[in-house]
Design a protein around this ligand. Structure first.
Ligand SMILES: Cc1ncc(COP(=O)(O)O)c(C=O)c1O
Length: 393
């Protein structure tokens, strides 16, 4: 090597000395209640595969059939030769599922945010952005060059006072928030946000990555949960979590989505989502539409997991969704807990700064509809036993 990247070694050493270097595990099996890692069967508590659709037989079959019919690659960007009938079907289905006029599919949730926000606002506009918004929203706002005004986490008084004082600093204004916050599992007060948007003439944009398949009737998401159809301007989401596959989308008015077809950079400059993933998404939505038993099972598992951990003395924060943060605080203790669990066959990854604030280190557990009652009981027992042995409860 040239030696010109030796600075990277120093940064790695620094991360290690601060207990912030995260070992990246390689999964040797399909996603499920258990995964194989290093040849061992591990209880999986950290995938976003909320409903188990990532390895659902019908979803797998749909992907395989699409590959047989259309091949593995989309072949081009959507605007040149990459738009396939399957993309059109998913976009219609999503709009119907979300009760929106229209939708557009992207290759990932991150790309949906970075491709949508800069079309909706630009340098003459102002964005009111939640303090704990996902990194992809922050990137999207940066790319837009709009003026960014940050308001406090779930703090509607702060949002209103900033709207009062700053709304007139831009031509268009937009309030943008995660629907469900991925590190704490709490829910944005979208009903209040919507009222404020109406009062101060600001568009409302919500990232429903962790609400999809989890909140609302049959997992229709946060807008449905709050009954806000027709009052939210843009609902963005991802297929990579509850829907079990890959990709993202934005849903809104027909003309707004049409404009995204003309202007959104990931649509124009990055090749389309491949046929297998696209067909898998379609099947996942069809499964949700016809049956909400997976959503119900997810919530049952999450309630049992939280109450078991609370009884064992753990702090699971203020989550209102299946996301279950086990907040330890100290970075090194969190890594110690995670690696002791790992030795015992429980896969529960640590989350440390900069993903969460310093001193707010945690293990974030993601129960799934594919966990059995026994799996949840085992998870609680392992946390209780190891938590005690290392002195965190
Ligand atoms: C709130 C939120 N938005 C967007 C994304 C990005 O989604 P994707 O993984 O599909 O790129 C994530 C995923 O981590 C997320 O949690």
């Amino acid at each position: 090597m040239t030696g010109r990247t030796d600075w990277a070694s120093k940064e790695i050493d620094q991360l290690k000395s601060e207990g912030r270097y995260i070992p990246i595990r390689t999964i040797e099996s399909a996603q499920g209640a258990y995964v194989r890692i290093d040849g061992r069967k591990m209880l999986n508590l950290c995938s976003n595969n909320y409903l188990g659709l990532a390895n659902h037989p019908e979803v797998r079959k749909a992907a395989i059939e699409a590959i047989e019919e259309f091949g593995v690659g989309a072949g081009a960007v959507r605007s040149i030769a990459g738009t396939n009938t399957i993309h059109m079907k998913v976009e219609r289905k999503l709009a119907e599922f979300k009760n929106m006029e229209s939708s557009i599919v992207f290759q990932g949730g991150l790309l949906a945010n970075s491709g949508t926000i800069p079309v909706m606002v630009g340098k003459d506009d102002v964005v009111f952005s939640e303090e704990l918004n996902h990194a992809s929203i922050i990137d999207g706002v940066r790319l837009s060059s709009a003026r960014r005004v940050v308001y406090g986490h779930l703090d509607m008084e702060d949002l209103e006072s900033k709207l009062k004082s700053e709304r007139n600093t831009g031509k268009k204004a937009m309030i943008i928030s995660d629907g469900v916050f991925s590190m704490d599992g709490d829910i944005a007060p979208l009903d209040r946000i919507t009222e404020l948007g109406e009062k101060y003439d600001a568009m409302v944009y919500v990232d429903d990555a962790h609400g999809e398949g989890v909140l609302g009737s049959h997992g229709r998401g946060i807008v449905d949960h709050f009954h806000l159809h027709d009052r939210v301007d843009l609902e963005m989401g991802t297929f990579s979590k509850a829907l079990g596959t890959m990709g993202g989308f934005s849903a809104g008015s027909r003309d707004l989505i049409d404009l995204l077809h003309q202007r959104s950079r990931p649509f124009l400059f990055s090749s389309a989502l491949n046929p297998g993933d696209t067909a898998a998404v379609l099947k996942s939505i069809e499964i949700l539409e016809r049956d909400d038993s997976l959503v119900k099972k997810l919530w049952k598992n999450s309630d049992r997991l939280k109450s078991g951990l609370n009884d064992a003395g753990f702090n699971t924060g203020k989550s209102k969704t299946p996301i279950t943060p086990v907040i330890i605080g100290d970075e090194k203790k969190t890594l110690e807990l995670s690696s002791a669990l790992y030795k015992d066959g429980v896969f529960a990854s640590p989350i440390v700064f900069p993903t969460v604030a310093r001193g707010a280190a945690r293990i974030r557990l993601m129960p799934s509809a594919v966990h059995s009652d026994e799996d949840i009981a085992l998870a609680v027992e392992e946390f209780r036993k190891i938590g005690k042995s290392i002195g965190v409860v």
